[in-house]
Design a protein around this ligand. Structure first.
Ligand SMILES: *Cc1c(COP(=O)(O)O)cnc(C)c1O
Length: 359
C-alpha cells in the first residue's frame, strides 16, 4: 500500500491544510457509509472517542455505568476521566460482557443508567439483547467498537444500537492509521454536532467556546492515509482474517486448548484469535510456541478491576467475583491472526498448537 500512502501524504502537503480540512470530512463520510453509521466524527484516539461519546450523553460524575472488566484499560479510563463509577459485570464464554448477567443485575439493582459494552476480539455482542436491555431499563448505551470495525450481528453493524459509539485507528486495529486516531459514530445529527464541538475546544464557531472541550482532532494526514490506502482494502484484509480464523477453528484439534466461540449471530472481524489453556499452563504454552518461532499475546492478563490505577481511583463496583473474566485473564493466549500471515506460517502455527502436549 506504500504508493497509496505516499499519494495521500502528497495530497495533504499540496492542500496546505493539516487540521480539519477536506480529508477528514471525506474520511468521515466514507466511514459512516461503510460502517452503517449515520455520521462519523474523526478524533485524536479511541480513548478520546469514548470520552467524547460519553460527554455527548452528559454522563456525570458519580454516575454508575455497567461495563466489562476484560478489555483495553481505555474502556474504563474514559469513564474514570468523567468521574463516573464503573460497575464490572462478568464476561460470557466468549470473553464478552455477559448481557444475561447484566439483565439480572439491572433487575435487582436500581441506579445504573448506562451501559458501556465492548465488541471484544472483533466479535459482535448480541445486538438484539443490547437493544432489549435499553428498552427494558431505559439505559443509554455507548458501544466500544475499537476492535470490531465491520463486525455485524445478524447482519446489523456494531455501533448502531448505541446512541453513540466509538472506534480506534491505533495502528494494530483492523482499520489502523500510521499513528493515533479514532472516531465517534452516531445516528444522531445533534450528537455528531456536539462531538465536533467537543473535539475542537468546545468551539461552536471560531473563537466562540460554548463548553469546555478537548483538543482531539484527527489529523488530515491520518485521515488521508486511512481514506486512500486503508479503507479501500478493509474488506480484503477482513476477509483474510476470517479465513485464518476459520482455519484455526477447523484445524486446531489439540485437546489441551479451548477455542472460545463468538455467539451464533456474530460475524466476527477477528481482531484477535483467543485460545484458552488449562490453568497454570499459559507460560509453558507460550514458551512452546515461542520455541517454534510463533509470537503470541495475552488479552488481557490483568482485569481492569485489579489495575493499580483503578484501585487508587477507588470508586468502582463488581457484580460478582467475575470467575469467567478471571479465567480469561489467567489462561488466554492470542494466536497470530493478522491478514499478512502467509499460508506456510498459518500451517506452522496450527501444527505447533496441535503438537502441544503439556506435562
Ligand atoms: C484500542 C482500544 C481502545 C483505545 O483506543 P486508543 O486509540 O488506543 O485510545 C479502547 N477500547 C478497546 C476495546 C481497544 O481495543
Amino acid at each position: 500500500m506504500k504508493d497509496d500512502v505516499l499519494d495521500a501524504v502528497a495530497a495533504v502537503g499540496a492542500s496546505g491544510r493539516y487540521i480539519l480540512g477536506d480529508h477528514v470530512a471525506e474520511l468521515e463520510a466514507a466511514l459512516a457509509a461503510r460502517l452503517g453509521a449515520g455520521q462519523a466524527v474523526g478524533v485524536g484516539s479511541g480513548l478520546d472517542a469514548l470520552e467524547i461519546a460519553l460527554r455527548c450523553l452528559d454522563v456525570e460524575p458519580g454516575e454508575r455505568v455497567l461495563t466489562t472488566p476484560l478489555s483495553a484499560f481505555a474502556t474504563t479510563l474514559a469513564l474514570v476521566r468523567l468521574g463516573a463509577i464503573p460497575v464490572f459485570a462478568d464476561v460470557d464464554g466468549a470473553g464478552l460482557l455477559d448481557l444475561d448477567e447484566c439483565r439480572r443485575f439491572l433487575r435487582q439493582s436500581r441506579g445504573v443508567r448506562g451501559l458501556l459494552p465492548v465488541h471484544l476480539y472483533g466479535h459482535a455482542l448480541d445486538l438484539d439483547a443490547l437493544a432489549g436491555l435499553r428498552e427494558e431499563f431505559g439505559l443509554w448505551i455507548v458501544e466500544d467498537c475499537a476492535q470490531a470495525v465491520g463486525a455485524t450481528w445478524r447482519g446489523r453493524p456494531v455501533g448502531t444500537v448505541a446512541e453513540v459509539a466509538a472506534t480506534s485507528f491505533y495502528p494494530t486495529k483492523n482499520l489502523g492509521a500510521l499513528g493515533d486516531g479514532g472516531a465517534v459514530l452516531t445516528g444522531s445529527p445533534a450528537h455528531a454536532e456536539r462531538a465536533r464541538r467537543l473535539r475542537n475546544y468546545g468551539q461552536e464557531e471560531t473563537y466562540c467556546h460554548v463548553e469546555v472541550g478537548l483538543n482531539s482532532r484527527l489529523d488530515e494526514l491520518h485521515a488521508a492515509v486511512l481514506h486512500r490506502a486503508l479503507l479501500p482494502r478493509l474488506a480484503g484484509l477482513t476477509a483474510r482474517r476470517r479465513e485464518i480464523a476459520a482455519r484455526y477453528c477447523a484445524e486446531i484439534r489439540c485437546r489441551e486448548l479451548r477455542l472460545p466461540r463468538p455467539g451464533p449471530g456474530s460475524d466476527s472481524v477477528w481482531h484477535l484469535f483467543p485460545v484458552l489453556v488449562k490453568p497454570g499452563m499459559r507460560d509453558a504454552f507460550v514458551r512452546h510456541l515461542r520455541e517454534r518461532g510463533v509470537e503470541t499475546g495475552a488479552h488481557y492478563p490483568t482485569l481492569i478491576s485489579e489495575q493499580p490505577a483503578l484501585l487508587r481511583y477507588g470508586t468502582f463496583e463488581v457484580t460478582s467475583d467475575l470467575p469467567r473474566a478471571h479465567d480469561f485473564a489467567a489462561n488466554e493466549v492470542s494466536l497470530p491472526v493478522h491478514p499478512f500471515l502467509a499460508e506456510e506460517e498459518l500451517e506452522h502455527v496450527i501444527a505447533a498448537c496441535n503438537d502441544w502436549r503439556p506435562r
